[in-house]
Ligand binder design. Sequence first.
Ligand SMILES: Nc1nc2c(c(=O)[nH]1)N[C@H]1C(S)=C(S)[C@@H](COP(=O)(O)OP(=O)(O)OC[C@H]3O[C@@H](n4cnc5c(=O)[nH]c(N)nc54)[C@H](O)[C@@H]3O)O[C@H]1N2
Ligand SMILES: Nc1nc2c(c(=O)[nH]1)N[C@H]1C(S)=C(S)[C@@H](COP(=O)(O)OP(=O)(O)OC[C@H]3O[C@@H](n4cnc5c(=O)[nH]c(N)nc54)[C@H](O)[C@@H]3O)O[C@H]1N2
Ligand SMILES: [Mo]
Length: 770
Amino acid sequence: MNDDAKIKPYTGPAGGWGSVKSVESILAREGRLISGNALLLKQNKPDGFACVSCAWAKPAKPHPFEYCENGAKATAWELTTKRVTPEFFAGHTLSELRTWPDHDLEEAGRLTHPMRYDRATDTYVPVAWDEAFREIGQALKGFDPRQVVLYASGRASLETSYMWALFARLYGTSNLPDSSNMCHESTSVALQESIGVPVGTVILDDFEKTDCILFFGQNVGTNSPRMLHPLQDAAKRGVPIITFNPLKERGLERFTNPQAPTEMLTGSETSISSQYHQLKIGGDIAAIMGLAKILIEADDQARAEGRSPVLDHDFIAEHTHGFEAIAEAARQAQWPELERRSGLRRATLEAAANIYARANAAMGIYGMGLTQHKAGVENVQMLANLLLLRGNIGKPGAGICPVRGHSNVQGQRTVGISEKPELVPLDKLKEQYGFEPPRWKGMTTVEVCKSIIDGEVKAFVALGGNFVRAAPETAALEEAWTRLPLSVQISTKLNRNHLIPGEVTYILPCLGRIEIDEQETGPQAVAVEDSTACIHGSKGVAKPASPDLLSEPRIVAEIAKATLPANDRVPWDEWVADYSRVRDAIEETYPDNFRGFNERMWQPGGFHRPIAARERIWKTKTGKANFIVPKSLEADLGIAENDPDVFQLMTVRSNDQFNTTVYGYHDRFRGMKGTRMVLFMNRSDIARLKLEEGDLVMLTTAVDDGVRRQVSGLRVTPYEIPEGCCASYYPECNLLIPVWHHADKSKVPAAKSIPIRIELLQRRQPEAAE
Ligand SMILES: Nc1nc2c(c(=O)[nH]1)N[C@H]1C(S)=C(S)[C@@H](COP(=O)(O)OP(=O)(O)OC[C@H]3O[C@@H](n4cnc5c(=O)[nH]c(N)nc54)[C@H](O)[C@@H]3O)O[C@H]1N2
Ligand SMILES: Nc1nc2c(c(=O)[nH]1)N[C@H]1C(S)=C(S)[C@@H](COP(=O)(O)OP(=O)(O)OC[C@H]3O[C@@H](n4cnc5c(=O)[nH]c(N)nc54)[C@H](O)[C@@H]3O)O[C@H]1N2
Ligand SMILES: [Mo]
């Protein structure tokens, strides 16, 4: 913990002056106060670049400053004037760098030169690009493609992602896990079964037409702050916003728009949530079943009495399958169990159900609070059930809205990065490029972790990300990583994964999306797909961090050329010279989604690819939207059930990080300053365990599989969170997640419900609690 750590409740709104100050301090720290400010004006603009932070939609008529506090931080972080050069590496062994905190690694600046690990000196040494490509290609040729993993973090553009997935299949592997496997894969699996599309159905326009928003398990003020604008507009129109979240999240309570001068001057705030329900971790299925029970029983009664129904029976009859089964499950569910599992009272759920029952068009918004559980898929399907009961899919102002994470994570799946062959038009690829693509199922992230730990993976090539830090089972994974024959990281900044070398290890530094990408035919643009399936162009505007950097498409093409036999139907060099030709190829593979790609990506607001469920076309096995009865009312069955000393731990993000990238040690909205090593607990749990605020504790995972997993030195911090639940930060707590602790159906690590025990390590120091 930093000496100046301070923990005090935060009393301001989300946004506001705190947000402006926070942006200015990071711009100053990264040496970018003046030029960074000018570049921010280009963020999320038709002639500018798409923010590298979250995947929230960009409006067609952007605000003058279409960025948020965290988008601005992400920009400043990428545009930093600091550099990690070959001299930097010469001066620091990996053993030394491993003692640095994550924050300091990335804070060291942008990577400038391709590097290869030298075991004799325990340092990275520079390598020429062509030599690196030749050696990597040579090594890949010698492996069984089934033992090679091509990981992608969700930031790379549609063009790069298409080339990456094509390279994998030409090479002969389906092992294409991406960050989505740790994130919204529960959504992709759940919604495909429920409504026949793997993505959300809501677009920005729907926010203007909705009259009820149900908000589950997403921390909008921190993780998708630009979404506060449509939420604020809706709240101002009087639209009820009903939030279900174990933690009181400031962005869901109050917001002052930092870009509205009068709001800033007068300090006026908008209340966001009209109802805020602090349910138990993993209590969503029970809570939503409770809502469904209230609606279904009220509907039974209304119909028996000849009053107008509560449910949309025309929609149910014409468009859905399985209504009777879900209705019966809801009628059978017992209130004592629903209350115990959700942690909410029946009266509370009635208050929410009353609002929902009156809305003509309602939407359900959610994030990692639903997806990262053992029953993450069932969580999402239960929300879909609730929406279907009143016909809330496929009409204006209604729909389901998973808030995606990385800025192109949804798009990567659209253009073929998937370990599931059935989701990719393999016959089309075969015809287009004249080869036989592999048809076997590739590994997900957790399967990759297991295989690395078991020593079965020969090579791991990463298109961005920080896999060892983001994945579960950190200790075993790091240890096994050192035996990987080949580890290649395509990256912009130094991170933990670079410090865990395999037998042969390369860092290949690339341009970021904000930088000008000059190729043979001139500066290139790329495209990304946001959370609402809207695709738009992005042009780099900043001078590259180093003349030695290559673009991601170029790096992918060079690795492919060095690995694969020549195939004149795959014009790697022509694609790199002119990315619009990659877009032509994407259009040829996916004509329905990408018709007129090169022109339409520059339309104001971009273009929406068609989402069948929006049109009430159901591409499911039954040909209808499916009500799906959850197997249990508990999202994390068996955890912390019978032992009061076992707690459910959720691992969340602070307002000063982007995933494993730690910008700083503050979490303004949660009142934390100077430390991330905290454990948020309910006051009565603190008292019951005879702990005190400021005590340092150790957490151990409460499972019995012969592995000891622990994190030490977390500071006990009282917080508004239900009893039996606690919260701490990701990635520090990833050490606690067993690799087998994941969503049953989607394999997303269950990072929001880790069973743990808490032990006192050290009594509070008198000054620590000030
Ligand atoms: N600034 C910033 N922006 C980001 C990111 C970042 O790290 N920093 N990461 C990006 C990425 S990749 C992603 S996926 C998104 C993540 O954005 P979020 O989905 O907001 O992810 P988390 O921070 O993990 O927070 C999850 C929320 O779920 C709540 N929660 C936990 N358990 C439960 C539960 O059982 N039920 C319910 N109802 N709620 C629960 C938590 O209290 C918390 O508010 O953000 C993206 N945007
Ligand atoms: N316990 C716990 N674990 C979690 C989660 C959780 O909530 N709790 N969340 C999960 C989720 S939702 C996600 S999405 C994953 C995130 O997992 P990842 O996507 O693997 O991790 P990031 O931290 O986003 O990756 C950061 C690194 O990406 C590189 N990078 C940044 N920009 C670029 C670029 O433009 N190009 C390239 N090539 N590289 C770039 C930088 O080197 C940086 O160090 O973590 C998951 N892990
Ligand atoms: Mo994510």
